[in-house]
Design a protein around this ligand. Structure first.
Ligand SMILES: *Cc1c(COP(=O)(O)O)cnc(C)c1O
Length: 378
């Protein structure tokens, strides 16, 4: 069976976790700080804070952006549901915008129409690793005095206009879930260039505690902590950070290997007329966290039928990114909402296997089966 995805982990990561356990520092400590510093170096961001995962990072993003009850935040519906959930965590309302069908990223023309007096922020998602047009959204948010938040869960190592994601705007949230290009098991990171934001994020992730464990541990003087505001336990552990440091060292290589497979898929599948493949425009560089194919109406098989046929041939696939407004947790509140472009993209796209190392035979099998099921002999 060819899986849809597989984390790239080796004895390096295992050794690093092992060594860290034996130091006795297993919660947030020196390895977390090292991981943050290295993430800054890698992305070109000014500051970084490691967080327990991207969902909790997005929750903190909402708080530091000042989002609260009855505010509106515009985001794409077609995204992992955590994008919308974080808005609800602070009592605000997700306002769902359409996507561009060519890159699955939020459609700025639709966003402009959705801005009201209650709008406080826009969340853009670099969907499955393809950067959104950050500059256009920065301009729009500046004009309307809105906060811009980048959900970069899938986009570690992707770049936009020659700079790595994480270095462009003031609140960028990453994930290190095993389904992303590098992993710490569970894990997340926020990057920012705003010194007040980083201070508050670091406070909020440790119960609002004024002194962290490490500072207290290393202090020669008696130190008592105070809890300055309502905080959370959203810390990453040193064990996770130790794994993350090794993963980050390999990130560019991992992306290079992933792109070789993605470019092969594009090369081999580009002549199948009934499908649409990802397009990387000038200035956009994707880490190909996933490889999604859109099936046009004239395909000889429907989406679910294609997925079943591939499964029967030993190839796992997944549906494309789903829409949040049609999920059970949201659908009663959004029953009158129709987003035809997002719904069509969600209902007619599939993700095909892409991981490293993926053998040439496996890549060839995916290609040949897609050709077999999708090309009609006229
Ligand atoms: C994976 C993902 C998340 C959630 O990340 P976790 O680290 O699993 O919490 C949020 N947004 C998007 C777009 C994602 O793909």
């Amino acid at each position: 069976m060819i899986p849809i995805s597989k984390p790239y982990l080796t004895t390096d990561e295992a050794q690093s976790a092992y060594d860290t356990i034996l130091t006795g520092w297993v919660t947030q400590g020196p390895r977390v700080e090292e991981f943050e510093n290295k993430f800054c170096e890698y992305t070109g961001a000014k500051y970084a804070a490691a967080i327990s995962n991207c969902t909790t990072a997005l929750h903190l993003a909402m708080i530091i952006a000042g989002i609260g009850k009855d505010d509106e935040v515009i985001c794409p519906s077609m995204s992992y549901i955590a994008t919308a959930n974080c808005i609800k965590y602070v009592g605000a309302k997700p306002v769902f915008a359409e996507i561009n069908p060519d890159n699955y990223n939020i459609d700025i023309k639709h966003v402009k129409k959705l801005i009201t007096d209650k709008t406080k922020a826009v969340i853009i998602v670099h969907q499955i690793g393809m950067p959104a047009d950050i500059d256009e959204f920065k301009k729009l948010c500046d004009e309307h005095n809105l906060k811009l938040i980048e959900d970069a869960a899938c986009a570690a190592g992707s770049s936009y206009k020659g700079k790595k994601i994480g270095s462009h705007s003031d609140i960028v949230c990453f994930s290190f879930h095993p389904r992303k290009v590098i992993t710490t098991g569970e894990g997340g990171m926020i990057t920012t260039s705003n010194p007040d934001f980083i201070k508050r994020i670091k406070l909020l992730r440790q119960h609002g505690m004024s002194v962290n464990d490490r500072v207290r541990h290393e202090s020669g003087k008696l130190l008592f902590e105070d809890h300055l505001e309502l905080g959370y336990n959203y810390r990453m552990t040193d064990i996770q950070a130790a794994i993350g440091i090794r993963q980050l060292e390999k990130l560019d290589w991992i992306i290079n290997e992933r792109r070789k497979i993605a470019l092969r898929y594009i090369q081999e599948l580009k002549d199948i007329e009934c499908i649409k493949l990802p397009v990387e425009k000038e200035g956009y560089f994707s880490n190909y966290q996933s490889f999604s194919i859109y099936l046009k109406k004239d395909c000889p098989v429907g989406r679910d039928e294609l997925m079943q046929k591939l499964l029967d041939a030993g190839i796992s696939t997944r549906r494309g990114v789903t829409t949040s407004h049609r999920e059970t947790a949201y659908k009663s509140e959004y029953k009158n909402l129709h987003l035809p472009v997002s719904e069509d993209a969600a209902d007619n796209s599939i993700m095909i296997p892409l991981y490293i190392p993926m053998s040439d035979e496996d890549i060839d099998l995916v290609i040949s089966k897609l050709k077999e099921f999708l090309i009609t002999i006229k």
